[in-house]
Design a protein around this ligand. Sequence first.
Ligand code: CA
Ligand code: CA
Length: 337
Amino acid sequence: MRLRALLLLVILLPARGTGQLASTTAPVPSPTALGKATVPPATPPSLRPTPTVPISTPTPLPPSPMAAATPTATALPAPHWSLVLQLLRNGEVIAEGATMQELAVYQAEIEREPNRYGLRVLVSDGRQTAELFLNDPLPFALLHSIGIACIADLDGDGQSEVIVSDFTGGAHCCTHYHILASDASGIRLLDALDLGSGGLKQVDDLDGDGVPELLASDDRLALVDDLAMADTPFLPLVLCLAEDNTVRDCTTQFPGLIKQSAARYEEMMANPENDELIRRAAAVGVDAHEARLGRPQEGLYRIVTRCLDCVGFVEQYRAEIDERVRAARPYHLEPRQ
Ligand SMILES: [Ca+2]
Ligand SMILES: [Ca+2]
């Protein structure tokens, strides 16, 4: 295997030249506002922060052209988002609270007779209230975390939207996000996301256009064969609100973020003090990040030069990794109405 890898190195080196090596190994500044947007290295699901913790303090945004184009929207009072969680027994409300912790005293009772219980999630903007239909109603939901993940003006119209997170539980699963807006006609669901083992990390204006993006972690490499879930590399994921108010994957518009994340995996891969499995998993991460940047040869070169023993492992799964990187990950969750 080492002989094969060395042959690869010999093949790759003349094609690159030393000038290219110097330029690609130097830190690459991102053209975007990376100072505020950072994707931490992958963390195993058990170490992920609970989705109910607010992701970031909403930052007041400057007026945007979209706000100027929709003067009627600013005539409404600012929404004051909140949740009311109602616990139902035999269809009747027996308790309610703003957080799941306030209903936790019923946990044992629910587990004994789960079919008698239900959960109703009400979202209020301070003027009106609407029911949010989750995709995992009781008996399981009460075991999990439902809460407001973030309040921010996601489309730049001067009115805030709310993102409600629902961690559905399970060893490697799954966080859903429901994005809601309000206007004169009521509260409406803009989009619902299933980020799987990944999650929303931050809401920030990464490119300075006055409209924030959603910065998340991408779990598309989860459970690549022989790769422990805890070692799974996560790619950065940037989600943008499109004109139709649904979210789309716009990660490749932010190559600086991908390079920044790739550098962390490269460091992990190159560190001889790390366990062999960790280095191999990190090499998968390096390969996937470079493939996401559209330069797979760069990934292979970095692995060959920084972790020769990782080459065989990555090559074994390279077709699967490339396929996962190429395929659009289905983030959208079908709302349960
Ligand atoms: Ca808005
Ligand atoms: Ca932006």
